[in-house]
Design a protein around this ligand. Structure first.
Ligand SMILES: [Zn+2]
Length: 128
């Protein structure tokens, strides 16, 4: 049984050996980072992974569909943390956030199947 405040997991010998080999080789580097044991090393690795993962989750998906109206598509831009409104203007898509007709939001709008259908029915074409 692990001591209080700790939990143990079981991994295959292969995995253990692989990690242990790397640990043995980078012991000196690791001790400079304050990692002084094999379990400390595994913890450190897991935390690093999670940090990377969180960043990944934060930025993907970059754009999300919020709602689709008759002539207005509302998107959430997760990178800029802004709401983008794409409207149909003079038979063309126009992004009010970027004030452009050819930004990533427009490209995203075309990639939503239900919107693509609606736009096609209105006679709009993806010109890109
Ligand atoms: Zn845009």
């Amino acid at each position: 049984m692990p001591k209080e405040g700790f939990k143990s997991i079981t991994v295959s010998e292969n995995v253990y050996d692989k990690f242990h080999q790397v640990y043995e080789k980078s012991k000196d580097d690791l001790s400079m980072k304050g990692v002084n044991s094999f379990s400390g090393y595994v913890t450190y690795m897991l935390e690093e992974m999670m940090l990377k993962d969180k960043t990944f989750a934060k930025y993907a998906p970059k754009l999300e569909k919020i709602s689709v109206d008759e002539d207005r598509i509302i998107l959430k831009d997760n990178t800029r943390n802004r709401i983008a409104e794409v409207v149909i203007q003079k038979g063309e898509l126009y992004c009010q956030l970027c004030e452009r007709k050819d930004c990533a939001c427009i490209g995203f709008v075309w990639s939503i199947p239900e919107v693509y259908e609606v736009l096609n029915n209105k006679g709009l074409r993806n010109t890109k």
